[in-house]
Design a protein around this ligand. Structure first.
Ligand code: SAH
Ligand code: DHB
Ligand code: MG
Length: 225
């Protein structure tokens, strides 16, 4: 049995994977290939991947944008939600991560649906604008840039689109105004921006699981008045 709180959270995530989530072979292989390639094991958890899938399906999404690909674990979930006619654009700064991602997308049978672009997201986004409007944007790259990515997402989405931001609670440091951690400052600036942003209706949900204590923001772009 789990000995510590974190082990208990991980055990429940494992149970959820086996009961409700059901990763298939391609998703399991993607996770394994990320570990084998020595990439950081910071992909979304299986139950979070499935949440992205459900949100994208709810949106009847056809155009998705992801910022931060890693090994394409989350990208596979998103691509499956838009198959066979939709498209996913995903931005990744590290060419090694992008190679692992392309291999995983190929094994999952969704390579044709996904455009992996390599570079700093803030430098790629001006070109990505030609593919807008997006139905869902998933922000999951470097955390200090979250406010900038969120402003881009606002620019590139249609009314009723969703903007989802990962890793915004950070072991509770989100509520610490004295934090000097640039990642924490990034997620606090996002929440300051949301306080006075009339174009979205947003909420943030705290989560625990195999990735520890964190959370995600879900912002819905309001219909234009
Ligand atoms: N979304 C993935 C996890 C992404 S991890 C999943 O859940 O499966 C964060 C990724 O963002 C890393 O691969 C990292 O290299 C990338 N990244 C960091 N800074 C970036 C930047 N400025 N532009 C684009 N990608 C960046
Ligand atoms: C980190 C990044 C992530 O996107 C994540 O889900 C967990 C951790 C990180 O940079 O440490
Ligand atoms: Mg993340």
């Amino acid at each position: 049995m789990a000995e510590t709180t974190n082990e208990l959270w991980a055990a429940v995530d494992e149970y959820l994977e086996q009961s409700v989530v059901h990763e298939d072979e391609a998703l399991r292989m993607a996770r394994a290939s990320i570990a084998e390639a020595g990439l950081p094991q910071i992909s979304v958890a299986p139950n979070q991947g499935k949440l992205l899938f459900i949100l994208a399906r709810l949106q009847r999404a056809q155009r998705l944008l992801e910022i931060g690909t890693l090994g394409a674990y989350s990208t596979i979930w998103l691509a499956r939600a838009v198959a066979p006619t939709g498209r996913v654009v995903t931005l990744e700064v590290d060419p090694t991560h992008a190679d692992v991602a392309r291999a995983n997308l190929g094994r999952a049978g969704v390579a044709d649906l996904v455009d992996v672009r390599v570079g700093k997201a803030l430098e790629l986004l001006p070109d990505v604008a030609s593919l807008a409007p997006f139905d869902l944007v998933f922000i999951d790259a470097d955390k200090p840039s979250i406010p900038d990515y969120f402003r881009w997402a606002l620019k590139l989405t249609r009314p009723s689109a969703l903007i989802v931001v990962d890793n915004v609670v950070r072991d509770g440091a989100l509520a610490d105004p004295t934090s000097a951690d640039p990642n924490v400052i990034g997620v606090r600036r996002l929440h300051e921006l949301l306080r006075s942003e009339p174009r979205v209706s947003a909420t943030t949900i705290q989560t625990v699981g195999s990735k520890g204590y964190d959370g995600l923001t879900i912002a819905m772009v309001n219909e234009r008045q």
